[in-house]
Design a protein around this ligand. Structure first.
Ligand code: PLP
Length: 398
């Protein structure tokens, strides 16, 4: 009884009601495994990877493990021919244990300990990112075998996470790093950036690509070695509760900007959220209830410190539905299982009258959810059930 559990016909529009098939899956999974549960559907991981590959022809996709470092995701993507974007020794250990060839990986953390560099090199990953001269100089002992990307900063106030606030440098700094690298004999392979996670407007990529293109020309004009690579990072948006552009439409202006680069430049991207966000559905149970100040409070067995951690760290607006359908809906509050008062998932959600044991389902729970969950209050994290890891396979508990 395998096959697709999560039924997404439209990915760019909010899609919160459950199909009949999904309702059956939710019920049978909850009764078989208990809750809280996360259903991870590898078919959707593959589908997202293929959709982005088709939307960015010629761009080499490195899946960023950060939003969902799960072995079934890595295995499914490896089969699809994906490359990987790593940022820590833990992530290196995961891909190494699954037999990912190191040539298919890059290490993109801009700030590293010497041990991090050594761990990556002993695995065989030799592409690294720097955004300052202090970091560049860490590579002096390894200069004969590393290839460096310089990360540029393009600020973006409109995103869930403005990743250019903490990392990245300006064009002039990049030139200084390149001169220093030349003097040290360290190979600068190219440029990278990250316009910010869940970027809703492709213009941000276009601006960044154009600025990198101009910088690449300047590099040659001042006699520095030509750059061979541009890494356009992650940030591709998915639909939570607000509509987003379909991915092919979103990537059209990006492709247009990329077509202006010299033909010799190889282009990479580091998608994380886009690949995994739709692939996971969470199931929690109502374990208790109360009336507080005119509202129905329902206490669940998963919350802010668990799978819904993205409400704190990621600002995501997950589509949450109740399996029970009622004639009348009431303003309700969904709270998590810890004793902390910030552990509230939704302060104002319309729900029918629920009973203890009723199931609450949330979609789009694949990115920055379980990855950032904790076991605060010593409450166990949700169990992940993997679906469709192989075509037509059985359910596996991980
Ligand atoms: C987090 C991160 C990504 C993935 O970003 P998404 O917004 O999830 O696509 C890619 N590259 C780097 C360097 C990151 O830090």
């Amino acid at each position: 009884m395998a096959q697709t559990a999560l039924d997404y016909s439209v990915f760019s529009k909010p899609y919160s009601s459950l199909s009949l098939k999904e309702r059956q899956w939710v019920k049978s999974s909850a009764s078989q495994y208990g809750t809280p549960l996360l259903l991870l559907d590898c078919n959707i991981v593959r589908q997202q990877y293929r959709a982005l590959s088709a939307a960015l022809p010629g761009v080499i996709l490195h899946f960023a493990l950060k939003p969902l470092p799960h072995e079934s995701v890595v295995r499914s993507l490896l089969e699809e021919g994906a490359n990987f974007d790593l940022a820590s020794t833990g992530e290196i250990d995961l891909v190494a244990s699954l037999g990912v060839p190191p040539e298919q990986t890059i290490h993109t953390h801009p700030i590293k300990k010497d041990k991090d560099i050594q761990d990556a090199l002993s695995y065989g990953c030799n592409v690294f990112v720097v955004d300052n001269i202090n970091e560049l100089e860490k590579f002096i002992p390894y200069r004969d075998r590393v290839q460096i990307l310089i990360r540029l900063s393009f600020r973006n106030a409109d995103v869930f996470a403005d990743l250019s606030k903490k990392f990245g440098c300006q064009s002039d700094d990049a030139i200084r790093i390149m001169f220093r690298a030349k003097a040290l004999g360290i190979y600068i392979k190219g440029l990278s950036f990250h316009v910010g996670s869940q970027t809703m407007n492709p213009k941000k990529y276009v601006e960044a690509i154009n600025a990198c293109n101009a910088l690449m020309q300047r590099v040659v004009s001042i006699g520095l070695p030509a750059l061979s690579t541009l890494d356009i990072g992650g940030g591709f948006p998915v639909c939570y509760s607000k509509e987003v552009m379909p991915i092919d439409e979103f990537c059209r202006p990006i492709n247009q900007a990329l077509s202006q680069l010299p033909e010799t430049v190889m282009v990479l991207a580091e998608p994380g959220r886009f690949i995994v966000a739709p692939s996971v559905m969470s199931i929690a149970s109502v374990v208790g209830q109360a009336q507080r100040e005119g509202k129905h409070w329902y206490y669940l067995d998963d919350g802010i410190y668990g799978s819904f951690s993205g409400l704190m760290f990621d600002d995501a607006d997950y589509p949450i539905v109740s399996l029970r359908e009622g004639i009348k809906n009431y303003p309700s509050v969904l709270a998590g299982p810890t004793c902390d008062s910030i552990d509230v998932i939704s302060e104002n959600i319309l729900l029918p009258k629920l009973k203890n044991g009723d199931l609450i389902v949330s979609r789009m729970m694949g990115a920055y959810t379980s990855a950032t969950s904790t076991d605060f209050n010593f409450i166990k994290r949700a169990q992940t059930i993997v679906l469709n890891e192989q075509k037509g396979d059985e359910i596996q508990v991980v």
